[in-house]
Design a protein around this ligand. Sequence first.
Ligand SMILES: NC(=O)C1=CN([C@@H]2O[C@H](COP(=O)(O)OP(=O)(O)OC[C@H]3O[C@@H](n4cnc5c(N)ncnc54)[C@H](O)[C@@H]3O)[C@@H](O)[C@H]2O)C=CC1
Ligand SMILES: O=C(O)[C@@H]1CCC=N1
Length: 269
Amino acid sequence: MTQKVAVLGTGKIGEALLSGMIRAGWAPADLLVTTRRAERAEELRTRYGVDPVGNAEAAKQADTLILACKPQDMGALLDELAPHVAPDRLVISAAAGITTAFIEERLAENTPVIRVMPNTPVLVDEGMSVISAGTHASREHLTHAEDIFGAVGKTLRVPETQQDACTALSGSGPAYFYYLVEAMTDAGILLGLPRDKAHDLIVQAAIGAAVMLRDSGEHPVKLRENVTSPAGTTINAIRELENHGVRAALIAALEAARDRSRQLASGNG
Ligand SMILES: NC(=O)C1=CN([C@@H]2O[C@H](COP(=O)(O)OP(=O)(O)OC[C@H]3O[C@@H](n4cnc5c(N)ncnc54)[C@H](O)[C@@H]3O)[C@@H](O)[C@H]2O)C=CC1
Ligand SMILES: O=C(O)[C@@H]1CCC=N1
């Protein structure tokens, strides 16, 4: 049976997911999108050949609804959707902080709900999507969510109590690496390198390090030790990182992201 999937609130993450599903072989005819602005709807129709519809129409036509609006817009979207979502639909939320209970209590009784935290590398099929079942989501529903998000990267099931932490690590995670690349490229400028060369060197160091972290089976400490020669260059850099409290800053930063995810649970921002 053809399963229609609708993305409701097709902004950055919604479009990233949509493009990945199409790359993975979903037929545009089986995909629906909703947007707030008509120009955005036309953009998505032109780019992907998908059908833009209203939220109520998406709820009627699609078997699976992926809610990808901001947490602050989720209450209003659910109020609009509630009269139209039959309890045999699967509702998947990609919004930070919003709990499955928040969604369940606004929809018909027994509606299956799944909470997913993806990240933007779904755009290059290297995403990580962290998945938790709500009260009425079955094993089949989880498998269906994994089919969708697994098309654009890896998936991981966690208890919902871990979702705010996973949002801090994984949902926001790519931003920290971009930030590091930006800062290290600035360092290259300070050291007299042209910006494009500094950028290429740091990006390739990041890619090489990421592949080694994934494929070598070695602990990150061992990998770092292998780079750190006695009385060499690296240890001088590491001493500065320690002096400036970079490890503590990262721990505090991720804790702040986790706390913000918890705050967003109210849907009020
Ligand atoms: N950007 C990211 O890296 C990630 C974002 N998320 C989550 O995804 C959600 C969306 O984030 P972004 O894509 O970054 O934001 P965005 O602002 O690019 O996209 C949200 C879209 O929803 C639309 N929208 C809002 N209310 C609507 C309604 N009632 N009907 C139809 N469309 C509506 C907005 O017009 C906008 O285009 C957020 O809840 C965020 O927590 C999750 C993981 C990663
Ligand atoms: O910054 C945010 O709130 C969203 C959720 C995870 C990544 N971006």
